[in-house]
Design a protein around this ligand. Structure first.
Ligand code: PLP
Length: 449
């Protein structure tokens, strides 16, 4: 495998001042920057030509690995053919083609099949779109008092005002005003009962009864939807306890509350099925996606809506716009081209189910880190792992951050949230690369104070 030499411009000294970086300690970063210059397959290369194995599929998005030629070529062709076209009261063929291809792999059956596709530009936009569709749906079926949204503690649903309202990460919320009326289920993380679980933990199904409690508190007739990540990634890899999602589904249905699965991370094969709903055998009414939809190459997201949700809004005079919502970049032709090429790769290489074969090896390799100093939990599911470290007193996150910097220097990209290390490599990962990543991580953990 060869990694292209970075262009000259990237090798020159530059000022880092102008770029205000997202979710980054800007001053700390700029004092000691880590710059990725090129990528191929399972690896990044740094500016000085060092290879770094990608333990995080970028940000959980490069499922088919880096530098895939068919995607590059499809993007090039599309840019030369139709670079942009508006999607408001206008259409272009490739957006319909891509929606049809997504619908063909959408989970669900009959009126519950999630085969009506609303395009967005990101996961955050998908979340806000799904929340708005839920409220609009309730109104369309004569349930206009249902505007309240329920999320979950420790949930991450992007950074729009809707997403941070239903999200449950305090740092993303404390500075900003939130939408009124929202409430939260408790999170399902329970180290005492579930530490070192492989796959779904045994304890905690009863936490889904929180939805019943919130119904009793607020009245079902005020609640439009409940949104959860079927497997929560960004908050530090929280796997749903056995029976939890089933119970949440049952309670939501009984009270006329729509269930939204945020599959921005789990969509497109991360757990070994195309979507997590299929892995857990629980079907939502709306599903949000992004990231893997274009292999991370061109920004895009999509909301998959159950046919019954979509159809409820397709009423009234035909000249009426049914949903006053959309983005300049909804169904962007270049993103659709990237998405179609991505789906071809996924299908051609069996990537949406490949993880089923890798998962046992992954689980075994990761759980072998049990007993390494500071490791207080390891959780694995599909091609995802969370390794939780004991926090230093008064310095939550410091230990994991040090491991992150050390791993990067030694040639492994990991992701950290607080003191949880998350691993989620591209789905093309080979067994020997799993061993390599775990060995690099072990070294970093053993060096930690
Ligand atoms: C579950 C979930 N929802 C939403 C988002 C937001 O996606 P984006 O960063 O594309 O807006 C993320 C991003 O990590 C996510 O993990």
């Amino acid at each position: 495998m060869t990694i292209a030499t970075p262009p000259q411009a990237l090798q020159n000294a530059r000022s880092l001042d102008s770029y205000w970086m997202p979710f980054t300690a800007n001053r700390q970063f700029k004092a000691a920057p880590r710059l990725l210059a090129s990528a191929q397959g399972m690896h990044y290369a740094t500016e000085d030509g060092r290879k770094v194995i990608d333990g995080t599929a970028g940000l959980w998005c490069v499922n088919a690995g880096h530098g895939r030629q068919p995607i590059t070529q499809a993007v090039e062709r599309q840019l030369a053919t139709l670079d942009y076209a508006p999607s408001f009261q206008m259409g272009h063929p490739i957006a319909f083609d891509f929606a049809e291809r997504l619908a063909a792999i959408a989970p669900g059956e009959g009126a519950g099949k999630l085969d009506r596709i609303f395009f967005t530009g990101s996961g955050s936009e998908s979340v806000d779109t799904a929340l708005k569709i839920a409220i609009a749906y309730q109104r369309a079926i004569g349930q206009g008092t249902r505007t309240r949204l329920i999320g979950r503690e420790r949930g991450y649903h992007g950074v729009g005002f809707g997403g941070i309202t239903v999200g449950g990460l305090v740092n993303n919320r404390r500075v900003f005003p939130l939408l009124p009326g929202a409430d939260h289920l408790r999170h399902t993380h329970d180290l005492e009962r579930n530490a070192f679980s492989k796959g779904q933990p045994d304890h905690g199904a009863e936490l889904a009864d929180d939805l019943e409690r919130l119904v009793a508190l607020h009245g079902a007739e005020t609640i439009a939807a409940v949104i959860v990540e079927p497997m929560a990634g960004s908050t530090g890899v929280l796997v749903p306890p056995k029976g939890y999602l089933e119970r949440l589904r049952e309670i939501a249905t009984r009270h006329g509350i729509l269930l939204i699965f945020d599959e921005v991370i789990t969509g497109f094969g991360r757990l070994g099925t195309p979507f997590a709903s299929e892995y857990f055998g629980v079907m939502p009414d709306l599903m949000t996606t992004a990231k893997g939809i274009t292999n991370g190459t061109i920004p895009m997201g999509a909301v998959f809506a159950a046919r019954k949700v979509h159809d409820a809004l397709m009423n009234g005079p035909e000249a009426t716009i049914e949903l006053f919502h959309g983005y300049t970049y909804s169904g962007h032709p270049v993103a659709c081209a990237a998405g179609l090429a991505t789906l071809d790769i996924y299908a051609g290489e069996g990537l949406l189910t490949r993880v089923q074969a890798l998962a046992p090896l992954w689980e075994e390799a990761l759980h072998a880190l049990r007993g390494v100093p500071h490791v207080i939990d390891i959780r694995t599911i599909g091609l995802v792992a969370g390794i939780e470290l004991a926090s230093r007193p008064g310095a939550v996150g410091a230990r994991a951050y040090e491991a992150f910097v050390d791993c990067f220097e030694k040639g492994l990209l990991i992701r950290v949230t607080g003191d949880v290390i998350a691993l989620s490599p591209p789905l093309i990962c080979e067994p020997s690369q799993i061993e390599e990543m775990v060995s690099l991580l072990r070294g970093a953990l053993e060096r930690l104070a």
